[in-house]
Write a protein that binds this ligand. Structure first.
Ligand SMILES: [Zn+2]
Ligand SMILES: [Zn+2]
Length: 321
């Protein structure tokens, strides 16, 4: 089979990804072999290619939004970021398996979906319907699920004012979920195309900064410099959740300007399977508008380069030929 692997992590211009031929993997006990139909491209894949996240094993295929069919049964499934947890630690026991210290991740601890086949533990894959194109389902698996958890973590009150910083794949799904709940959504992004998309999807504003104080905000852009202004833009008692796995350094905070009046700053760390199931149920019952930027499988490196250059509008997805 063909697989894209990270050889030498570095800037996309240095060619950190290589297309290789390898054996189709063998599923172990409790695992399924999945023939990939499409795989979403996430900023985390870019962090893995560029080395912002340290590799955990050599020559690993990234990709953690894989839609495919289980060999043997033909069942349509999705393979997402959370690959396994221990099930017994204090966090797993409390329903917080996203914090399990022994958790493993698709495309980081094991080969992911930038390949024609992958194996995954059967307890961690999500059943998916047959009648939706694979490329429409793929972005739900990380962009959708992580955005859903971020929306829960930012404590948006009913009918509240939500700020969204950065408007990529996850943000455009999360904005729709929030608007559907009755929120007023303000999007801050530099890209003119993303501003247009935000307004089309029902955002109340899209510009440099929100025009009114916010009850809640989610930072999707991996830019620590945005944390102080995003905190400052919160109303009293507001919450800022940082959605990404990687963030550049946060500058010094001024207690009075950025935190006092009970403003809260939170991270979002992966997701539980319960988050995944809840989000997929919601997204399949009320399908969001997914703006897809499809790329042929052979063009994975170009897809990541476009993502690095902020040239993807919506969700990039690799589609098998
Ligand atoms: Zn992701
Ligand atoms: Zn655990």
């Amino acid at each position: 089979m063909r697989a894209w692997v990270v050889t030498e992590p570095g800037p996309m211009a240095s060619g950190p990804l290589e297309l290789v031929e390898r054996e189709v993997p063998e599923p172990g006990p409790g695992e399924v072999l999945v023939r990939v139909e499409a795989c979403g491209v996430c900023r985390t894949d870019l962090h893995l290619a560029e080395g912002d996240l340290r590799p955990r094993r050599p020559r690993t295929a990234p990709g953690h939004q894989a839609v495919g069919r289980v060999e043997g049964t033909g069942q349509r499934v999705g393979v997402a970021w959370l690959r396994s947890t221990c099930g017994t630690c204090r966090y797993c026991a409390r329903g917080m398996e996203n914090l399990c210290p022994s958790s493993t991740y698709t495309g980081w601890d094991a080969d992911g979906g930038f390949a024609e086949y992958l194996v995954a533990p059967s307890d961690y894959v999500y059943p998916l319907p047959d009648d939706v194109p694979a490329e429409r389902l793929a972005p739900l698996l990380c962009a959708g699920i992580i955005g859903y958890r971020a929306l829960a973590r930012c404590d948006l009150p009913p009918g509240g004012r939500l700020g969204i910083y950065g408007f990529g794949a996850s943000a455009h799904l999360t904005a729709q979920a929030a608007i559907a709940q009755g929120a007023t959504v303000h999007v801050a992004t530099r890209s003119p195309a993303s501003r247009r998309l935000a307004l089309e999807l029902g955002a109340a504003s899209a510009g440099d900064r929100p025009p009114e104080p916010l009850d809640s905000a989610i930072l999707f852009a991996p830019v620590g410099d945005l944390v102080p202004p995003a905190l400052e833009a919160l109303d009293r008692g507001g919450t800022l959740a940082i959605a990404g796995i990687h963030l550049t350094d946060v500058p010094a905070l001024d207690y009075d300007r950025h935190l006092f009046q009970e403003r809260t700053l939170r991270s979002v760390t992966a997701n539980t399977r319960a988050d995944g199931r809840a989000y997929l149920e919601l997204a399949l019952a009320h399908p969001p508008r997914v703006t897809i930027a499809p790329y042929p499988f052979e063009s994975a490196a170009r897809a990541l380069t476009d993502l690095a250059n902020d040239q993807v509008n919506g969700a990039a997805v690799l589609v098998m030929g």
